[in-house]
Write a protein that binds this ligand. Structure first.
Ligand SMILES: Nc1ncnc2c1ncn2[C@@H]1O[C@H](COP(=O)(O)OP(=O)(O)OP(=O)(O)O)[C@@H](O)[C@H]1O
Ligand SMILES: [Mg+2]
Length: 247
């Protein structure tokens, strides 16, 4: 069987708010899908449903043929899916190494303390934070917090990463470095990823395939360069006038 993550016809209602109105997405092993859409379109909600943080109102999520949408978040992590938070929430009074070691202990390999520490050191090195292993997480810059989020997700041993705006709020140089880092890690480790992002440069560079949602529904998908020229996508982002304007 081909390894894949398939979310089918996902609906998620919060009271009267229909955050997701029947979204389907398929992520094949080792592929990177960019998920874009205006503010409030349901991107984070879709990641939360896949990660088990939110239960879908209807629809199903299947990993390698196994239904996972009724499982609690820690079981989903143990099956190899890890999500970063849109707003990083490290333990500020703990060192970077401790922060990452905790993720390794609760990840898919369930490491004991010593192995978790070793994994933490290795993964911090991979994301370029090796020199800062003893620094308190509360002292990090925005860019380094995002790197720490990535390190925590990787330390769980995940083969599918759900990344919620890990490229937001960075300077142009930091963005370039972060894109290079992601591309290098993805090539080296071969994880699949669902990347939610407003920063188009990141989406277009990193994704094999882009899915666009608006008001909880998929409005377009395809190759990155094609999707950004789609009039429906331009309209969703920039308004009707921009979509009508000549290229
Ligand atoms: N826990 C919740 N309770 C109630 N409403 C929620 C909850 N989470 C999300 N929503 C609503 O669902 C809709 C989709 O929100 P979501 O956070 O998924 O959007 P998003 O695409 O990630 O937006 P952004 O780009 O601003 O991060 C919004 O209307 C939001 O207010
Ligand atoms: Mg969001």
């Amino acid at each position: 069987m081909t390894k894949s993550l398939v979310a089918s016809d996902i609906q998620k209602h919060f009271g009267g708010v229909r955050a997701l109105r029947g979204v389907s997405i398929t992520l094949a092993e080792g592929r990177v899908i960019g998920l874009i859409g205006p503010n409030g379109s349901g991107k984070s909600t879709l990641l939360n449903v896949i990660a088990g943080v939110e239960r879908p109102t209807s629809g199903e999520v299947v990993l390698d043929g196994q239904r996972i949408d009724r499982l609690p978040p820690h079981r989903i992590v143990s099956l190899g899916i890890a999500k970063t938070h849109q707003i990083p929430r490290p333990f500020p009074g703990m060192s970077l190494q401790e922060n990452v070691a905790v993720a390794a202990m609760y990840g898919s390999q369930r490491f004991e303390l010593d192995e978790a520490r070793e994994t933490a050191s290795r993964v911090l090195g991979l994301v370029g934070l090796g020199q800062m292993a003893e620094t308190y997480a509360g002292r990090l810059t925005v860019q380094d917090r995002k790197r720490l989020e990535l390190a925590r997700a990787l330390a769980t041993g995940a083969r599918i990463l759900l990344l919620d705006e890990v490229f937001a709020g960075l300077s142009s140089d930091e963005l370039r470095q972060s894109i290079e880092l992601f591309a290098k890690l993805q090539k080296k480790i071969g994880f699949g990823a669902l990347v939610v992002e407003h920063v188009m440069r990141a989406v277009l560079t990193l994704s094999d395939h882009v899915v666009v949602i608006e008001e909880g529904k998929k409005i377009a998908e395809g190759a990155p360069d094609r999707v950004v020229r789609d009039p429906a996508v331009i309209e969703a982002y920039l308004g009707v006038e921009a979509a009508r304007a000549p290229a």
